[in-house]
Design a protein around this ligand. Structure first.
Ligand code: SF4
Length: 222
């Protein structure tokens, strides 16, 4: 059995243990593409509760649709998304992203779904303020593209379970999961959400392995 098979086995072990403990996480179910895209920007450097407050403001103001935000000033938008923190930066980023939607797709949030994964990823990464994690979250959660989203929680779990070196970068980490698993959008969607859950509850900067769903798997602490 080759190394990749071993990794594949370990990744599915991790997934199954997390799923057994936590069940489905219901990330972004039925929120609609535009809300997911807005949420992907707003969630940068903050928790989801703050994002929900900012989205509630946009809804209450009746502006949670592309044309409205496209036509709004940065200052006006920043005022509405204030609860998400870094609101001036995020307002500019949101405006850039929606500007891209208008430049490339006439403001139609559904049109990018017909574009292939790699092209769409390159387009998103070229937008000001859209990094890999944000781009991949949009691709996976808004457009159902089979790409694995990784973050600091993913890195922590993978390093502590000896799946990857501590100095691995985003792409190396993403490729570990991307190619070590079946290419299944639902699996990628659920797995990322489950890793975030275990990262928040157990695999914190100081690991709390006792009682962790992955406690029985071989792991090391740095
Ligand atoms: S807390 Fe411990 S057992 Fe749980 S994922 Fe982190 S290293 Fe693994």
């Amino acid at each position: 059995m080759g190394g990749q098979d071993m990794t594949g086995q370990s990744l599915m072990d991790i997934y199954e243990l997390l799923y057994e403990r936590y069940g489905p996480q219901h990330w972004w179910p039925g929120d609609g593409r535009f809300e997911i895209i807005v949420g992907a920007i707003l969630t940068q450097n903050t928790n989801w509760g703050n994002v929900e407050r900012a989205i509630a403001n946009l809804k209450a103001a009746g502006v949670l649709y592309p044309q409205a935000i496209h036509g709004m000033s940065v200052e006006e938008l920043a005022g509405l998304i204030r609860p998400a923190g870094y609101f001036n930066v995020k307002a500019r980023r949101l405006k850039s992203l929606i500007g891209w939607l208008f430049d490339q797709y006439a403001g139609d949030v559904d049109e990018p779904s017909a574009v292939d994964l790699q092209t769409l990823r390159e387009q998103l990464l070229a937008v000001h303020g859209v990094g890999r994690e944000t781009a991949d979250s949009i691709l996976l959660y808004a457009y159902d593209k089979p790409i694995f989203v990784v973050d600091a929680y993913t890195a922590r779990v993978a390093v502590r379970h000896r799946l990857i070196d501590a100095d691995a970068d985003y792409e190396q980490l993403r490729e570990l999961f991307q190619w070590g698993l079946p290419q299944d959008v639902r699996l990628f969607n659920e797995f990322h959400a489950l890793i975030v859950r275990v990262g928040k509850e157990y695999c914190r900067p100081t690991a709390r392995c006792a009682g962790c769903p992955l406690e029985a798997l071989p792991h090391v602490l740095e």
